[in-house]
Design a protein around this ligand. Structure first.
Ligand SMILES: [Zn+2]
Ligand SMILES: [Zn+2]
Length: 468
């Protein structure tokens, strides 16, 4: 989802970035040769850095200009930092949960947020006032192995790897939370069986893939809520968002698409931020190579259905022209975002540089018309027709299942709900309670509202009383 939908939850992670890893055996080569081989734009003839004239071999980035390793690193960190500061993603009082998939994108996000945290700790220690503490960072890894029938010892090895990567980053204590995906079902020992059964009930291959992404986001939300994190940071990068733009278009999710292509997404209980929004997957893989950042690719879950078709389509576009992913992203960003795509609550701009404050204070008046009804499963905001359908159902619904289905967006209807309507009841009974309970409370609230009206009815003026 990332929203739930954008790139799933755990950061578009593996698929986002597995594209450009160089062959094994590169370790023994001279750094200069390695850089030469890693060049991204074929035909780039630059041999020296275009930024610092420092000499030495240059790596070519998608723009075409060659940069040395140092400058390339600074360039990527600059994009990350700009995204964080100009969108008020992290406040000093925050505790940030980084969704770590083990892939290059989330690995770079971990590295960069660690560096920002180290600087914040340093300046806090040296400042006299000690007014602003440094934000906290934790790392979450959601283990999908129940769905993948992977040997258990592989998962254990991968988890150990992740723990050792995180523990090598100091200062700043970072807790690692490893949670099996099935934990979101919270039905006790039956979790795994419930997850496999509900996933098995989804006939559509793409629907299954998207559903698992929704579970991932739910899992991250659960970890964050239970451990007091105030932000969830995903490693979703420009390439992942570009793929989401195309696949969402193909799936007919155009209305909710703008929600998924922004830097900030506050529609969830714990807001989600995407600081690698402007970095390409290839750039992030390249940085992992250059800086020898250890990644953990064992955990890749290949995407399937439409998502996989779109991924290979986008990679062909990129082979023709490396800037295509940026073009797709820029085009999608012309769509109007939703009100939940920025932090507008009081106090957010207190920590912003003054030149940026106006950006957050001007609340668009159209924003207030947003209905706040989100799809029960994927979290997509409801379109006009979906709202209409929900209203109609509310008036005539006799059974709860009708309300549940009316709380699912059209896309989830087609792709995720079982084809046979008599399966609905069983399907919804298996879903994580976190999802269905929201509808339950909404129903109870409106029911008690109704009875309140009944109780005070005698005191209410009736409209046609006026005339008499
Ligand atoms: Zn340079
Ligand atoms: Zn949905």
């Amino acid at each position: 989802m990332a929203g739930a939908s954008a790139c799933g939850g755990a950061g578009c992670g593996p698929h986002c970035s597995s594209s450009s890893s160089s062959g094994a055996g590169a370790e023994g080569d001279a750094p200069a040769e390695r850089m030469g081989r890693l060049s991204m734009a074929a035909g780039a003839s630059t041999t020296t850095c275009g930024k610092c004239d420092g000499g030495g071999a240059a790596v070519a980035v998608s723009g075409g200009a060659g940069m040395c390793g140092e400058c390339f690193r600074a360039y990527l960190f600059g994009k990350f930092k700009l995204a964080v500061t100009s969108n008020a993603m992290v406040r000093p009082t925050d505790s940030v949960l980084l969704a770590f998939s083990g892939g290059p994108a989330s690995r770079v996000a971990l590295q960069f947020i660690h560096e920002m945290q180290s600087k914040a700790i340093q300046s806090w220690e040296t400042s006299n006032s000690q007014a602003l503490p440094a934000f906290g960072v934790g790392v979450a890894f959601v283990d999908e192995s129940a769905l993948l029938s992977r040997p258990e010892h592989e998962s254990e090895m991968a988890t150990e790897d992740i723990k050792s990567i995180v523990s090598s980053l100091s200062p700043g204590d970072k807790k690692v939370h490893v949670a099996p995906l099935e934990d979101v079902f919270s039905s006790g020992s039956e979790d795994k069986a419930a997850m496999l059964e509900v996933v098995g009930m989804i006939n559509d291959e793409t629907g299954r893939d998207d559903f698992v992404r929704c579970l991932l986001m739910l899992s991250l939300q659960k970890i964050a809520l239970e451990n007091g994190y105030t932000k969830i940071m995903l490693g979703t990068c420009a390439s992942g968002i570009a793929r989401h733009v195309l696949s969402a278009t193909v799936k007919g999710q155009g209305y909710s698409l703008p929600a998924d292509v922004q830097y900030v997404d506050t529609r969830w209980d714990v807001p989600v931020v995407l600081p690698l929004h402007d970095c390409l997957a290839q750039e992030l893989s390249l940085l992992c190579e250059l800086d020898s950042l250890k990644t953990q690719q064992l955990l890749d879950r290949p995407c399937s259905g439409i998502n996989s078709l779109v991924a290979s389509f986008v990679s062909r576009l990129r082979d023709e022209n490396p800037s295509r992913e940026h073009t797709i992203l820029r085009t999608a960003q012309k769509l109007k975002p939703f009100s939940f795509n920025k932090f507008s609550a009081n106090g957010y701009h207190d920590f912003l540089p003054s030149r940026l404050r106006p950006k957050f204070q001007n609340v668009d008046t159209n924003d207030t018309t947003f209905s706040e009804i989100l799809c029960l499963i994927c979290g997509s905001p409801f379109s006009e027709s979906e709202l209409q359908n929900l209203e109609n159902t509310k008036h005539k619904a006799q059974i709860k299942i009708d309300l549940y289905t009316a709380h699912c967006c059209q896309s989830c209807h087609f792709q995720i709900l079982p084809a046979a309507t008599d399966m609905y009841e069983h399907f919804f009974s298996l879903l994580p309670k976190f999802w269905t309970e929201k509808v339950d409370t909404a129903v109870t609230a409106s029911a008690s509202h109704g009875s309140l009206r009944d109780r005070i009815e005698d005191y209410l003026l009736e409209e046609d009383d006026d005339g008499n």
